[in-house]
Ligand binder design. Sequence first.
Ligand code: NAI
Length: 344
Amino acid sequence: ATNAVSGALRAAATSPRGCSFSTTSASKAKVAVLGAAGGIGQPLSLLCKLSPEISELSLYDIVGTPGVAADLSHIPTHSSVTGSLPSPVSFPMKGNIGLEETLSGADVVVIPAGVPRKPGMTRDDLFNTNAGIVKTLVEGCAKFCPDAMIAIISNPVNSTVPIAAEVLKKAGKYDPKKLFGVTTLDVCRANTFAANSLGLDPKDIDVTVIGGHAGITILPLFSRVGGAKFSDAELEALTVRTRDEVVAAKAGAGSATLSMAYAGYVFTENLLRAIRGENVVQCAFVESSLTDASFFASPVKIGKNGIEEILPLGDLSPYEKMWFDKMMPELKSQIQKGVAFANA
Ligand code: NAI
């Protein structure tokens, strides 16, 4: 499901006028983007503005959102846009609409707030800054939209998702079926690289990626790609590449933003389709009893009220089993780090 070209992009490709989409089947859904002025937040918000699935888009950041919202509001699609800051400047200008108004009534909250990596940094190096940001924002979700589905992009996902769970538990609002760490970029990368290597169209490939979202905890299951026979060297190269090469290529200017915005949008759109009653299966980092880690990324079936089923892992190839065994201690310790932070 993650592999499907999203509705907004399909609409963009087929719209006869090129800049306006049919709204006849438009859904009513409110999506809040927290960290909306950032490298991921802006293109993610643009894709949301193009989406026929979204009727209300509310943007929040500590800087820049009134301008981003004003800019997006000139795109002739049916959704409304607001941009809020913690201070009394907002778009439209109606006083301090802040986090409360951003979140009230939200069906889905997407969180790309926080600092990205620079070369030489691991995702775990971001912990000190991003843990507090995610904690504060999820406290807002517990207060203002306790029923929303929450999709966390901020790294380190392996720790920020457990932090979010603890924050929600403390507020008495935790529903493990509605909290997700977004690992869709790993799936997008695995699909792209496998398709390139096999000479196929990426839309015909849907690689399952399990584990977590940091370094060796990212484990793409290339052995399941139908008909593919990768050599050991190819398999190793594909696996390592899926764990990221953008940070180095950007040489200090951050990490993936455009491909992450696409991946974050696909994830969000799949949640909205699930809320509308479609059955959706996509990989996500969620509370899980599949392994002895309390959170784990794997394909999950999502319906109206969140996760309906965490699908069984199935057999791993010997190569995948080797990485699985290597990753588990690291994954568990990153989860524990998040839990400890939230309870400190
Ligand atoms: P960025 O620095 O360009 O943007 C982050 C935005 O968050 C900024 O606009 C900033 O003002 C805002 N922000 C900071 N504190 C905030 C707060 N308390 N409330 C609201 N907004 C706040 O960073 P970028 O490149 O957009 O990356 C964002 C996060 O996404 C990073 O943590 C990065 O590591 C992560 N990421 C996750 C991926 C994934 O696959 N899950 C892939 C790529 C990046």
